[in-house]
Design a protein around this ligand. Structure first.
Ligand SMILES: O=C(O)C(=O)C[C@]1(C(=O)O)C=C[C@@H](O)C=C1
Length: 387
């Protein structure tokens, strides 16, 4: 018969001395259970908070070392490097936009600590312009809603806000005339852009069968024109100053609906009667950040220009050779008639490159010689569309 293996208790000196067994806490004698997800979460959260604080502290140190304090909100080169770096390391559960959102808030929190910023936008809250402002300046910035695009320009021009944000162009509907028109009236620059995918929703407190009136900004209505014709042919359509104005109206008016963002549905306590009703699934709006800030070169920039050439045959095509000869890619050209008795057109141009680059300087000098009026609206870093 094999010899019985001594148990651990029997092998201990205490057992050999036949002492009274001491009561040992159960947790020690039992096999230690692995930490629950909730416990592990607590540990990760603590580490995360510490890391986030370190991240913000280091960002503040970096921003304080910039030569020009005005660059605090326009540290574009470093920001670009950060997005590229995140793209490389982010392989897993997080989408690009979620991770960017987290880092955007951290960056903006650090920037606000170094320099507070006031930004006027086309309101009320939860217009698409507000969403673009949140994307660019974060929740810590002082975002001021005003009720028209013209007022955004006025607020910045009077110095009530350092920056403003306005829609400038939509992939389905084209130019935003109010914005381009204000550039001809006030001496403000474009110092940045935000490109955002725009998804529209039909929002109301009434069921779909009881909706008789639909409100929104003309651009939003136009972006959903086919859907409206197919699905709501009986409803009367009304223009208002923004999608969020429409949402606020639909909140109080029985039978009224708004075309606006999902976020507006939450803010104005409306039901989403129909979602993603834009006719073009790739509906992108480009917003311009306006101010008097000069942005430094990043290597991936655009420049915007107002141009008037003599109202004579061939003048425009002649002027545009400045771009061709200097291998500059023109990305946008819009014309609008001159105000007042004079006949002719003013052109709004957008092209790749920064005004500090030699080839761009050369082209601008050439262009100036052929122009009746020329104003450089600014060079700014290009942005990619965000979902
Ligand atoms: O009304 C809004 O919510 C806006 O921010 C304006 C605006 C625009 O005029 O283009 C912005 C994005 C969409 O294209 C629709 C409306």
């Amino acid at each position: 018969m094999p010899k019985k293996k001594p148990t651990r208790a029997a092998a201990s000196p205490r057992a050999q001395r036949k002492e009274k067994p001491v009561s040992v806490p159960k947790a020690v004698t039992r096999k230690k259970p692995s930490a629950s997800p909730a416990d592990r979460l607590k540990i990760v959260d603590r580490q995360l908070v510490q890391l986030l604080k370190d991240r913000v502290r280091l960002t503040i140190e970096h921003l304080q070392s910039l030569n020009d304090r005005r660059d605090v909100w326009f540290d574009s080169k470093n920001e670009q490097l950060l997005w590229e770096e995140l793209e490389q390391v982010n392989q897993g559960e997080l989408t690009r936009d979620v991770l960017r959102g987290v880092f955007r808030e951290l960056l903006c929190a650090a920037r606000s600590k170094v320099k507070t910023v006031r930004v006027a936008y086309l309101g009320p809250p939860f217009s698409f312009t507000h969403l673009a402002a949140l994307e660019r300046f974060g929740k810590t910035a002082d975002l001021i809603p005003v009720n028209s695009i013209a007022s955004v320009f006025e607020e910045v021009n009077k110095g009530h806000a350092e920056f403003g944000i306005v829609p400038i162009e939509n992939s389905t509907d084209g130019r935003i005339v109010d914005t381009l028109d204000m550039f001809t009236r006030l001496p403000l620059r474009i110092c940045g852009e935000v490109q955002m995918s725009v998804h529209h929703n039909l929002l109301s407190r009434s069921p779909r069968s009881e909706i008789t009136e639909i409100y929104s900004k003309p651009q939003a209505l136009s972006q959903c024109r086919d859907w409206l014709a197919r699905n709501m042919p009986q409803a009367k359509i009304y223009d208002v100053t923004s999608t969020s104005t429409a949402a606020a109206l639909a909140q109080t008016k029985p039978g009224a609906a708004a075309i606006a963002s999902r976020q507006a549905a939450v803010q104005y306590q409306l039901d989403i009667v129909a979602e993603t009703i834009e006719d073009n699934a790739h509906n992108v709006t480009r917003f311009a950040i306006i101010g008097d800030h000069e942005t430094s070169q990043t290597g991936s920039d655009r420049t915007a220009l107002l141009l008037q050439v003599p109202h004579t045959p061939g003048s425009l095509s002649d002027a545009l050779t400045a771009f061709k000869n200097n291998k500059i890619n023109l990305t946008w050209i819009e014309s609008f008639p001159l105000r007042g008795p004079e006949s002719g057109y003013l052109f709004f141009l957008d092209f790749e490159g920064h005004m500090k680059e030699p080839r761009i300087k050369k082209a601008l000098q050439l262009l100036e010689k052929k122009a009746v009026r020329m104003e450089i609206l600014g060079s700014y870093p290009r942005s990619e569309p965000l979902a």
